[in-house]
Design a protein around this ligand. Structure first.
Ligand code: T68
Length: 831
């Protein structure tokens, strides 16, 4: 009754509006001062820049919450179907500038701050971004959240509130060193802790199967530890759109203090449980594309999945519904297999906790889940050892055995599968100590499975999930990745955004296909000049940043050749380096007459335990040290490694790129999204037919894309044949020269054998076909130089690249998910 008395319309009434959520310059200024005094407790004289940032963040957050609450009310009133996005990783990037943009108040806020003598840009720079992910997968989740909120797909995103996100990368003596990330050290003004929204999570122990006097069978799980997950909410605002929420779980002890131990004088034991519990959400595992099989990682996955599913059930029941209809109200998307344990957990909740029979529960479960696969790399496919799994989640092991048993029966008796097929498809791999194949669990437990680019989805059906695709062809589909044009042009590249908007209007920011209107301008000299001038300004700005970070001067008139992404052998940063060494050797030989001055810019983190990736960083910096100081070459070549790649840094780099390196071995990169970000900012791509490059080239056209290398089929074919990388060494003089140089000691006089492991791997094994693709790479690069020679032509291609990127908006991806998988209508399409 009392709740009903709260009039929701108050939110939009005049009094509240002007006081707390008004969007005029004066309203913002008033709110800012109010927050500074009453929330932060400062007077301007004593306030630090961080205080100002926080006061502004609270000011903006109020306005974001207004939109969020309005959206939630609509979802509830209209009883809409909601997407629950489950992801172990998110990389939202800094919130402040994005929220200003979404609210459409960037200008008046800057003016309000200016009236107070504060530079808003400086405040924006204060924000530490939440580094709650490793790379592409985490950033994709954040782009999707942005798009769902922009289009108006009712959504809630669940994840883990890591206290320490991805490590900070420092470069010392050319080597990567890892430091803990401290994104929470000054507090986090964007989140609200919901102490009352928390769930108990159990681990370990054993199960008891009981039949009561009525013959009802139940299973009790008697855990040996319990902890609590508490919700931390960050409101997410779409561009001039709707609200969503990022709900991250933090692990806490149920009893923060063990009094019985304390009373016995064991002070340390008294706090031990608290420490152990909180460990679960302490730190993000920094491995991308590498399965580690660590117990704590399994606990993290189960912890956040169980909290999220319990929360969904609470929300469902709160609306007065019964669990039989869970799948009608929620579409739960699994972002890779990291949350795949959700299949077993939902079964446990339905069968054990809510006593719904198995078949009905399984039906609900399958209809709830969709599974997105992000990798074909065998080393990245998650498997959990059975002894470990039994120790941590004994009840789930039983449930997975049961799912497996029924699945195998079905294969055998309904589909007549052979024993070989059965053992290939089973959820359990019986080799060694036995393990659970999480991709199989996710596939069996979902009604749809998708890859993230056309090529990847095909390869998924052809290789990793071949048998499943044969069995259930309709279950498989493709949703090509996309990126948020708000984050990756509007925020990152304000100058280009301005030019585009002044030319074709502002509709493109929510309908990226409208960029095609730029095509008419591609050959217009005045427009080309403006386009080039903007690129030049962006390059000068990156150049200043490089100087500040590394001490190295880069002339902005050089071609900026950009290779930024996680460091991985399959991404082949070392192929790029071999070419740089080739250029270096040519200059040294005096063959540099017409050489185009080039700055090679690298950035990206290596997994701390990945020896080869770290050695590749050392190689890049060693080549940089050699070249950048050599006056004979350094007006033609510069090599930069920008440390600590992040969303914030990326936003600085993409707008300044001329050439984008997307040179993974074909068949390895599921999609790539950096390729899209660079192209959308007017860089031309040199790349292989891998991941989404294939579709980008289709859109952009062969003439505007520098293609090279083996395709996925040729790679397969070569691998099955008798591939001898050494043959390329023998037959290609340029390759021989750079390979010899690699181990000549010139790059590492203090340790001449330093790069021997790279040399030997390439020469004798070359799993990523660098030797095979080297020549083709050089030929394609020659075309790059030729095209660069005609700047007007290059600029035309750059404009065409941008004009044809419409497909790669994450808004389109989300529309695809909505129609193919979730069957949800956006607010935009509703009356
Ligand atoms: C990436 N995967 C793909 N994984 O490599 C990339 N993995 O091609 C694709 O564009 C992107 O996903 C989005 O679909 C990753 O980024 C991880 O970060 C990761 C993290 C933990 C464990 C395994």
């Amino acid at each position: 009754k009392e709740r009903k008395a709260i009039n929701f319309d108050l939110l939009t009434s005049k009094t509240i509006k002007s006081k707390r959520i008004g969007l005029s310059k004066n309203d913002i200024k008033d709110s800012f001062l109010e927050n500074l005094f009453f929330h932060i407790g400062r007077v301007p004289k004593g306030a630090t820049i961080m205080d100002y940032y926080q006061a502004l963040a609270y000011t903006v957050r109020d306005r974001v919450f207004k939109e969020f609450v309005t959206t939630v009310k609509r979802i509830s009133d209209e009883d809409l179907r909601v997407v629950a996005y489950l992801s172990a990783e998110y990389l939202p990037g800094p919130h402040l500038a994005n929220n200003l943009l979404s609210l459409g108040i960037t200008e008046q806020t800057a003016a309000a701050m200016a009236e107070l003598g504060i530079d808003m840009e400086e405040l924006i720079l204060q924000e530490e971004e939440p580094g709650l992910g490793n790379g592409g997968l985490g950033r994709l989740a954040s782009c999707y959240l942005d798009s769902m909120a922009t289009i108006g797909i009712p959504s809630i995103a669940y994840g883990i509130r890591y206290e320490f996100g991805i490590f900070e990368q420092h470069i010392k003596n050319g080597l990567q060193e890892e430091y803990t990330d401290k994104w929470l050290q000054y507090g986090n003004p964007w989140e609200v802790v919901r102490s009352e929204i928390g769930y108990n999570i159990m681990f370990g122990g054993s199960t008891k199967h009981v039949t009561d006097s009525n013959g009802n069978f139940t299973v009790n799980w008697i855990p040996d530890s319990k902890l609590r997950g508490t919700a931390y909410d960050t409101p997410i605002l779409g561009y001039k759109g709707y609200g969503s929420i990022l709900r991250l779980w933090r692990a806490e002890a149920i009893d923060t203090f063990d009094f019985s131990a304390y009373n016995k004088g064991d002070y340390y034991k008294a706090v031990q449980e608290k420490i152990l519990s909180e460990n679960i959400t302490k730190v993000l595992y920094p491995n991308d594309e590498q399965e580690t099989g660590k117990e704590l990682r399994l606990k993290q996955q189960y912890f956040f999945v169980s909290c999220s599913l319990q929360d969904l059930i609470r929300l469902h029941l709160l609306q007065g519904r019964i669990l039989d209809t869970l799948h009608e109200k929620f579409a739960i998307q699994l972002n890779d297999t990291h949350p795949a344990i959700a299949v077993a957990e939902l079964m446990r909740l339905l069968v054990d906790d809510y006593q719904i029979d198995w078949d009905k529960s399984w039906n609900i479960t399958q209809r709830c889940f969709g599974y997105t696969n992000h990798t074909l790399l065998p080393e990245a496919l998650e498997k959990w050892s059975i002894p470990l799994f039994r120790r941590v989640l004994p009840r789930h092991l039983e449930i997975i055995y049961e799912i497996n048993h029924r699945f195998v029966q079905e294969l055998k008796y309904q589909h007549g599968c052979s024993d070989e097929q059965l053992s290939r498809m089973a959820l359990i791999d019986h080799s060694g100590e036995g393990s659970i194949r999480m991709a199989h669990l996710a596939t069996v437990g979902s009604h749809k499975v998708n890859g993230v680019s056309a090529l990847h989805s095909e390869l998924l059906k052809k290789h990793v999930l071949y048998d499943f695709a044969q069995l259930w062809p309709d279950k498989f589909c493709n949703v090509t990745n996309g990126i948020s044009p708000r984050r990756f042009i509007a925020l990152s590249n304000p100058l280009l955004t301005g030019l585009i908007t002044e030319t074709i209007g502002s509709g493109w920011l929510t309908d990226l296909k409208e960029l095609s209107k730029l095509e008419n301008m591609a050959e217009d000299p005045t427009f080309q000049n403006k386009w080039m001038a903007i690129k030049q300004t962006n390059k000068a700005s990156l150049s200043d940043h490089i100087k500040l970070e590394t001490g190295i001067s880069v002339d902005p008139s050089m071609m900026f050749d950009v290779h930024v992404k996680r460091i991985h052998e399959y991404k082949r940063q070392h192929l790029n380096v071999l070419n740089i060494l080739h250029l270096y050797l040519q200059i040294k030989k005096g063959n540099n007459k017409d050489m185009i001055p080039m700055a090679f810019i690298f950035a990206g983190k290596a997994a701390p335990g990945y020896f080869m990736a770290k050695l590749i960083i050392k190689l890049i910096t060693a080549v940089g040290d050699l070249i950048n100081q050599d006056t004979e070459v350094n007006d033609k070549l510069k090599v930069i490694f920008l440390p600590d790649f992040s969303v914030k840094k990326a936003q600085h780099i993409y707008p300044a790129a001329d050439l984008s390196e997307q040179i993974s071995m074909a068949g390895k990169e599921a999609s790539g999204t950096g390729n899209m970000k660079l192209s959308l900012n007017g860089a031309l791509t040199i790349g292989t037919l891998d991941g989404a490059n294939v579709e980008m080239m289709e859109e952009i056209g062969m003439d505007n894309f520098f293609l090279f290398g083996l395709n996925a089929e040729e790679v397969q074919h070569k691998k099955q044949g008798n591939y001898k990388p050494g043959d390329h060494y023998v037959h290609n003089l340029h390759l021989r020269e750079v390979m010899d140089f690699l181990i000549s000691g010139a790059l590492s006089p203090e340790n001449p054998k330093l790069f021997q492991p790279i040399y030997e791997q390439l020469l004798y094994d070359d799993p990523y076909m660098i030797m095979a693709d080297f020549e083709s790479y050089l030929i394609s690069r020659a075309k790059v130089y030729e095209e660069w020679g005609n700047q007007s032509n290059w600029t035309k291609k750059s404009i065409i690249n941008v004009a044809r990127m419409g497909k790669f908006s994450s808004d389109r991806s989300i529309q695809d998910y909505s129609s193919l998988i979730w069957k949800i209508d956006s607010f935009q399409n509703r009356p």
